[in-house]
Write a protein of this length. Structure first.
Length: 131
């Protein structure tokens, strides 16, 4: 994995939008969800209201973005997918996390922990200044 500047010892390979962007959190959420087991794209997308406001989840522009994010995760080797044709309806793509994805998720979690520590220190500092 390639180390990003400004991330101290945290290594992140494909998260060029690291930080607080919506895409970062969607990517992280997909990896967390897939670390618990396989899932269809539609199920992954429907699980995001836990972190993304529901009105944003339902917009058509964001729906396409979710599938672009899944494809980017796949292109970076963090998830794999295959077509499931076992059901009576149309074929569906089922996703699962790779070992590389699990390593990336561990790095993301560490990055979030460090970011939380920084934010906590920042707010503690400004609370003293504002009072």
């Amino acid at each position: 994995m390639k180390e990003k500047k400004g991330c101290r010892s945290i290594k992140v390979s494909c998260f060029s939008d690291i930080g607080m962007s919506q895409n970062f959190w969607i990517k992280a959420w997909f990896l967390v969800t897939l670390s618990k087991g396989k899932s269809y794209g539609y199920e992954l997308i429907n699980s995001t209201p836990k972190i993304i406001p529901e009105e944003k989840v339902q917009s058509s522009s964001i729906m396409g973005n979710y599938y672009r994010i899944l494809r980017a995760l796949e292109m970076n080797g963090l998830v794999i997918s295959k077509w499931d044709t076992s059901g009576s309806g149309p074929a569906r793509r089922i996703y699962s996390i790779t070992e590389k994805g699990k390593e990336e998720l561990a790095s993301i979690i560490e990055y979030i922990k460090q970011t939380k520590e920084f934010v906590d220190k920042f707010f503690n500092s400004i609370e003293k200044e504002v009072k």
